[in-house]
Design a protein around this ligand. Structure first.
Ligand code: NAP
Length: 236
């Protein structure tokens, strides 16, 4: 049985992906920032591990725990992400750095760690969850959009580095998906936003999870280095 690691699996898109990959027959390791989150995951049949991507200590502890489990990770879904919105003139160093740590630096850290396992088993999939913001920008989200665009460039570069080793790297760029993240977005008028979406509604975490599940499959073995948009037509 192959093992899949999904960051930020306790809620939203990450949770939907974790459940889909479990259904696909993977042993799923899912991360949460709290014990309550890992307990919730265990109830769903997902092995929960604590990870705070904004803390170097937590990242080190997490990786030690993974190594002690003696598992070989074949699929990595870099899903965990946060927003700390502000216009640039008011944005603090902390608001910039936290976003870079969680949304961009963590992708480098976990990809490098898990790639070593994928190289050994001569098969691997990395999926990075980015955002439409990376392509079109978003007022108040310069930090978030810059981090996600960085992840997309990382995706393409890494895909070129490891393609010959039977490892594919892709990004999924969602538009507006109904999760806690979008519920908490200050200043977003959902009704107005929906008017801009050709399909006339927000997306569901499950719809993103179907795409992730496909990208992990054998059928997707000739897809790498791509940014796949899922946004109801908001950006095309
Ligand atoms: P969400 O519902 O807010 O869930 C975020 C997940 O990330 C949770 O599992 C959370 O864990 C985890 N997380 C938060 N801070 C973390 C940290 N410091 N270290 C490690 N994990 C952390 O978010 P979502 O809407 O599902 O978003 C998932 C991904 O999709 C993100 O990368 C986001 O940028 C991207 N995205 C979302 C949308 C959207 O419309 N929802 C659109 C485009 C892109 P806890 O439960 O422990 O807090």
């Amino acid at each position: 049985m192959k093992t899949a690691l999904i960051t930020g699996a306790s809620r939203g898109i990450g949770n939907a992906i974790a459940l889909h990959l479990k259904k696909d027959g993977y042993h799923v390791l899912g991360t949460a920032t709290s014990e309550a989150g890992t307990k919730q995951l265990e109830k769903q049949g997902i092995e929960g591990v604590i990870l705070d991507l904004n803390s170097s200590d937590s990242k080190e502890q997490f990786w030690e725990e993974i190594e002690n489990k003696d598992v070989s990770i074949s699929v990595l879904v870099n899903n965990a992400g946060i927003t700390k919105d502000n216009i640039v003139l008011r944005m603090s160093e902390e608001e910039w750095q936290d976003i870079m740590n969680v949304n961009l630096n963590s992708i480098f850290y976990l990809s490098k760690k898990t790639l070593k396992m994928m190289l050994k088993s001569k098969w691997g999939r990395i999926i990075n969850i980015t955002s439409t913001s990376a392509s079109i920008g978003n007022r108040g989200q310069a930090n978030y959009a810059a981090a996600k665009a960085g992840v997309e460039a990382f995706t393409k570069s890494l895909a070129r580095e490891v393609g010959k080793r039977n490892i594919t790297i892709n990004s999924i760029a969602p538009g507006f998906i109904n999760t806690d993240m979008t519920e908490q977005s200050d200043g977003v008028n959902v009704e107005e936003l929906v008017k801009e979406i050709p399909l006339g509604r927000c997306g569901k975490p499950d719809e993103v999870a179907h795409l992730a599940s496909f990208l992990c499959s054998e059928e997707a073995s000739y897809i790498t280095g791509q940014i796949i948009h899922i946004n109801g037509g908001l950006y095309m």
